[in-house]
Design a protein around this ligand. Structure first.
Ligand SMILES: Cc1cc2nc3c(=O)[nH]c(=O)nc-3n(C[C@H](O)[C@H](O)[C@H](O)COP(=O)(O)OP(=O)(O)OC[C@H]3O[C@@H](n4cnc5c(N)ncnc54)[C@H](O)[C@@H]3O)c2cc1C
Length: 413
């Protein structure tokens, strides 16, 4: 697959020929920042292209074990840790009203020898911390402008920036999010779909302590999840429900929304108060057949999008970032061009498989809630009962969900 060559070349760099880098990462979200830091810290001349575009939408991310290891290596974890809450236990409550409703299931991180399944932190804080780290990392050059397109150059790819500058790199990493302009320009085969749902996000203060337990209510319209934040009496909310209902909820004033959340949570955490910004995200899915084209590799949501179930999205994106760093390093050790198809083949294979596995599981669970078909309810219920009753199976599923060891990138081991 080749990147189409546009009719007009990029504008000349104001101060002479465009600077050339080994790798240029486009997109300064969490996945792009992590990839750029991972490459630069080990001496790869790297450019990071993208404006800082903070979003205040009350969204948090539960960072699983491998992601925390990665952030630690990148030198960012010490700054994030005081603002992250451990998820020591996960609780799933079937609230579908189905005939085959299993009892609530509890999973404890201590069963697999961990203090926590993961750590929950506000997305905006994570990005801000990585951004600060990027500003002081030697070998990492920041271009605080959006990319306007990618073109073929001699032995490299040329990037035109919206502010008129340009640069070249042997490999371009597309970390430019779910609507990735680089993915579109490269005509990578993409499958997109939508769900009749939206996710309402916000931060909550509550009377009763969460005791580091994350609770997911599986409702007929999607999962309603409360995830602990530091301090014991704050949590983040991800309420996936029917599109119209989500819009209605998001239009409520703070007191009415807090009451609705408390009702849905069966007052498990006592009285609630809205304690942060809100967001409303339509539920969609996206996958690419192959995340790689000539001199281009996609990571994060540029390559895969799915509903926020089981904290998989950014954890997958960080695995992409760490795996990409490994691919560039292998190419370097073998004196190969990092942008050549052969250098990216292994990355493409393992990342496609990981994204397909996670994406399929999340899609199945989400759709199984929506169908209302008894056999599907029975299957989902049986699955939960089996996990509760068979400890080795439970431990296997927990380990695979938190720290998939097979093919884990080096900086996550
Ligand atoms: C409600 C909700 C809850 C979630 N909870 C979790 C969770 O608990 N755990 C988890 O792992 N994941 C979670 N996710 C998923 C996670 O939020 C996303 O996977 C993650 O934020 C995507 O990061 P990214 O860097 O790939 O993309 P983005 O954050 O979208 O970043 C892309 C960046 O590219 C920039 N960009 C776009 N075009 C250009 C251009 N032309 N030039 C330069 N830059 C450009 C954008 O401005 C942006 O800064 C959740 C998602 C939702 C919706």
């Amino acid at each position: 697959m080749t990147v189409p060559v546009p009719t007009s070349p990029p504008r000349a760099h104001p101060a002479g020929p465009p600077p050339r880098f080994e790798v240029a990462v486009v997109g300064a979200g969490a996945a792009g920042l992590a990839a750029a830091l991972a490459l630069a810290r080990d001496g790869v001349e790297t450019a990071l292209v993208g404006r800082h575009a903070p979003v205040a939408d009350g969204r948090t991310v539960a960072l699983l074990d491998g992601s925390v290891r990665f952030l630690r290596v990148l030198g960012a974890w010490d700054e994030i840790a005081p603002h992250a809450a451990p998820l020591a236990e996960l609780q799933i409550v079937d609230d579908t009203g189905s005939l085959f409703r299993p009892p609530p299931a509890r999973f404890s991180a201590s069963e697999i020898g961990l203090d926590a399944f993961g750590w929950n932190v506000e997305s905006a804080r994570l990005v801000e911390t990585l951004r600060r780290q990027a500003r002081t990392t030697p070998g990492l050059t920041l271009f605080e402008a959006d990319s306007a397109g990618m073109h073929r150059a001699d032995g490299a790819a040329a990037l035109a920036l919206e502010d008129g500058r340009s640069l070249e790199a042997r490999l371009v990493v597309g970390a430019d999010g779910g609507r990735s302009p680089l993915r579109t320009a490269a005509s990578l085969r993409t499958r997109e779909w939508s769900y009749p749902q939206a996710a309402l996000t916000t931060l909550l203060a509550h009377d009763r302590p969460h005791r580091d337990i994350s609770t997911e209510f599986h409702t007929r319209n999607g999962p309603f999840t409360l995830v602990p934040l530091p301090g014991g009496h704050r949590s983040s909310l991800v309420w996936v429900t029917a599109e119209r209902a989500a819009k209605r909820l998001s239009d409520l004033d703070d007191a009415a929304l807090a009451a609705a959340v408390e009702h849905q949570a069966r007052s498990m955490l006592g009285a609630m108060r809205i304690d942060g910004p809100r967001g409303l995200v339509p539920m969609r899915g996206l996958s690419v057949a192959n995340p790689v084209a000539e001199r281009l590799a996609l990571i994060g949501e540029a390559a895969h999008v799915f509903p926020p179930i089981g904290a998989q999205g950014l954890n997958l994106g960080l695995r992409d970032a760490a795996a990409l760093r490994d691919a560039v390093f292998s190419a370097r050790e073998a004196n190969r061009d990092p942008g050549a198809p052969a250098s990216l083949a292994g990355f493409a294979r393992t990342r496609s498989m990981d994204a397909r596995l996670r994406g399929t599981a999340v899609d199945w669970l989400n759709r199984s809630l929506l169908t209302g078909l008894l056999p599907v309810d029975a299957l989902r219920g049986l699955g939960l009962v089996a996990l509760g009753a068979i400890p080795p199976l439970r431990r296997f599923v927990m380990r695979e969900g938190v720290q998939p060891r097979l093919g884990a990138p080096q900086l996550m081991r």
